[in-house]
Design a protein around this ligand. Structure first.
Ligand SMILES: N[C@@H]1[C@@H](O)[C@H](O)[C@@H](COP(=O)(O)O)O[C@@H]1O
Length: 259
């Protein structure tokens, strides 16, 4: 695992965009996309590179991490709409090649299995962007999630519902249930890129990076993965015991090893 601490959120966005650009330029790529505010700057930077430098996503396919159950795709609160509005509409990624779990499927359990299988059939994600919840969730894998779980229904904690209430007209409208890729599913992506900025994420980041590997902090599952980049600003890194070491290790990293 590589922990990179930047002095600004914009630098975090550029580093994440560098990783995605590298993957996209290496051939037809399968991108794992996260929603939430953490990766929005990365999507903005990738859109800029598309516009100004011709970075093309035309050969890519993309899979979302999760979706609310019962929120229609047409609604602006759906993650389907979020990724369209914040990324897909700004680049040349084919909308038909962007997949998300259908939170309105008649048979939700079957939809979960279908979605998991579709990711595997596509060969798995080459790079998976991740945010982190204040309770340590990734995707919507709340505390207690099996470290080998597959795509399935989860019940949101009250903390997560409160954190996400800003996207809804009233806190009561935040769904209680979601479909999310499991921790096992996410772990099959070839490169995990976890993005966190701001002090509100500091404790969750410290638990994920330096705490025990535990279902209590689902994001700690990244410790089990062979290729992880954790991209933080100073505030999100402020509770890390080894912050000085991570800074030194990155600053002294040979140029040829940069990605
Ligand atoms: N399901 C999403 C996660 O994928 C995201 O990482 C998290 C943090 O969101 P934010 O980046 O807005 O803090 O929120 C939601 O719960």
């Amino acid at each position: 695992m590589e922990v990179v601490i930047s002095s600004s959120a914009e630098q975090v966005d550029r580093l994440a965009a560098d990783i995605v650009e590298h993957v996209v330029q290496s051939g037809p790529a399968v991108l794992g996309l996260a929603t939430g505010s953490s990766p929005v700057g990365t999507y903005r930077e990738l859109s800029r590179r598309h516009r100004e430098n011709g970075l093309s996503f035309a050969q890519c396919r993309a899979f979302l991490l999760d979706e609310y159950i019962g929120v229609p795709r047409a609604a602006e609160q759906s993650y389907f709409a979020f990724i369209r509005d914040n990324f897909v509409d700004h680049v040349d990624l084919d909308g038909a090649a962007v997949y998300s779990p259908d939170g309105e499927a008649d048979d939700i359990a079957r939809e979960a299995q279908r979605y998991d299988a579709a990711i595997a059939e596509a060969g798995g994600a080459d790079v998976q962007i991740l945010g982190i919840g204040t309770d340590g969730h990734i995707g919507f894998n709340e505390p207690g999630s099996s470290l080998r779980s597959r795509t399935r229904v989860k019940t949101l904690t009250e903390q997560t519902r409160a954190d996400n209430a800003r996207f809804f007209d009233s806190p009561d409208e935040v769904p209680h249930h979601v479909l999310t890729q499991g921790l096992g599913t996410i772990g099959e992506a070839r490169h995990l890129v976890l993005i966190a900025t701001g002090e509100s994420k500091a404790d969750a980041v410290a638990a994920a990076v330096e705490g025990p590997l535990s279902a209590f902090c689902p994001a700690s599952v990244i410790q089990w993965h062979p290729h992880v980049s954790v991209l933080l600003d100073d505030a999100a890194a402020s509770a890390l015991a080894l912050a000085d070491y991570y800074r030194y290790a990155y600053a002294s990293k040979p140029r040829w090893q940069r990605l």
